[in-house]
Ligand binder design. Structure first.
Ligand code: PMP
Length: 427
């Protein structure tokens, strides 16, 4: 097969004509398909319905330590939930605070507290002239929305197949005291599905930041979200690495069961050093008398232990895998060798990223929309919504049925081909 680059103008025009006819046919179908957000499908949500049965009216809601979950108390989470979450994120339960229903909420609170009250006795960020964050790109739009909301300047750091460009990270944090943090999704990253290499994690742990209150925001949202039983990515545990490297307080690790049980009704947590926990609890005890222990207990009784989570995630994988594989197979078949862009093949997580030729992403997303396929807006995975190359498109395979997704991807492929040809023809 010839790549588009190798084709003559006449060949490209002919190709374009055929694609336009295909595109029109899709348009005539009046489709309404949505690949915009990484929501679990109904089939996936049904997997957790058993959680509704474990706490019926006759059930005793007493925790292992005698706490009555129905009442006030226990600021940092019931011990059995700490054990379960600790096993899930490979941390000591003593290093964990269980929060409410959203890890994004914890991240927001963490930034907010640093702004108003500072980190472990350091100057509150609001009193500083400038506060900056490093943002590996492409990344998670809602992370960037938090730092933008607080007026924190965001600096793009390119993602490599091993994780963020660590040469750049090391250089920047060691020189600039205004850099107070970095957003990371270290496993099956949103949106590329990249897992940070061992070396990347070790380099993170050994950072020598100019700012004493620099923290790594380690959002382990996809820690157990494998697509395969054997062919899985492995991520080194960062808290232990930081401790070993003499930087025990440098990381906040976040997680939730949003994409394990019910998004919006899961359990979220932070894991960090004893010093950081003490700092956080000063705020937490003012903020709340305690989070939802009944929901924590419901999760524990449903899963029982980490093996319950592993089994459960196998069922999620059974639902997600065919969707991921269909997309990657379609890309291989339709786009490989065309010179119309590139993609990663993730082994877990929730997304596939397609990288178009420079300057084509917005065009592809607009074309898809006109044919009835809603995608995540181009630019969304970048701070301020600005993709410097206009080339990154996030695909969220989870929510639509396999049938709808197949149609949506067929349309997407036509749009990618058309946009690439238009670019090469200088249109
Ligand atoms: N972090 C990442 C990387 C995510 O992709 C998501 C959900 N899309 C979240 C956090 C949100 O998590 P939660 O529901 O716990 O707020």
């Amino acid at each position: 097969m010839k790549s588009y680059e190798e084709m003559t103008k006449e060949e490209l025009l002919k190709e374009k004509e055929g694609l336009e006819a295909e595109y029109k046919k899709f348009q005539q179908r009046g489709l309404k398909l949505d690949m915009s957000r990484g929501k679990p499908s109904q089939e996936q949500l049904d997997l957790s319905m058993g959680m509704m049965d474990v706490l019926t009216s006759g059930v005793d809601l007493t925790c292992d330590d005698g706490t009555d979950c129905r009442n006030y108390g226990v600021l940092d989470g019931i011990s059995e939930a700490k054990q379960l979450i600790g096993d899930m994120i490979e941390c000591n339960p003593d290093n964990i605070i269980i929060y409410g229903n959203s890890s994004l909420n914890i991240m927001y609170d963490t930034i907010s507290r640093s702004m108003t009250h500072g980190v472990m006795g350091n100057t509150p960020w609001c009193k500083l002239d400038k506060v900056k964050f490093l943002c590996p790109v492409p990344g998670y739009d809602r992370h960037f929305a938090i730092t933008e909301y607080f007026g924190i300047e965001m600096i793009n750091v390119p993602m490599l197949p091993t994780g963020p460009d660590m040469d750049m990270v090391e250089d920047l944090v060691s020189k600039d005291e205004a850099i107070k943090g970095i957003w990371c999704v270290p496993k099956y990253s949103n949106p590329q599905g990249i897992t940070y290499s061992d070396e990347t994690v070790r380099r993170f742990a050994r950072l020598k930041p100019a700012a004493k209150d620099f923290r790594i925001y380690w959002d382990n949202a996809y820690c157990v979200h494998h697509l395969y039983d054997i062919n899985q990515d492995h991520l080194i545990e960062i808290l232990k690495e930081c401790k070993r490297a003499g930087n025990p307080d440098m990381v906040y690790k976040f997680c939730s069961t949003s994409k394990i049980t019910f998004p919006g009704s899961g359990v979220a947590a932070i894991a960090t050093s004893a010093n950081n926990l003490e700092d956080i609890k000063k705020q937490l005890k003012i903020q709340t008398i305690g989070h939802d222990k009944v929901n924590q207990l419901r999760h524990v009784r449903f899963f029982k232990d980490i093996h319950g989570i592993t089994e459960h995630m196998r069922k999620h994988a059974d639902s997600l895998r065919p969707k991921f594989e269909m997309i990657l197979d379609t890309f291989e078949r339709e786009l490989k060798g065309l010179g119309a862009g590139s993609w990663y093949s993730p082994k877990g997580g929730y997304f596939i990223t397609y990288e178009t030729l420079d300057g084509c992403a917005k065009n592809v997303v607009a074309k898809a929309k006109k044919a009835g396929v809603v995608m995540t807006p181009a630019g969304a995975p970048f701070p301020y919504g600005k993709d410097p190359h206009d080339s990154v498109i996030r695909i969220s395979p989870s929510y639509p049925s396999l049938e709808d997704l197949t149609t949506a991807i067929d349309i997407f492929v036509v749009c990618v081909k058309l946009a690439s040809i238009e670019k090469l023809l200088g249109e």
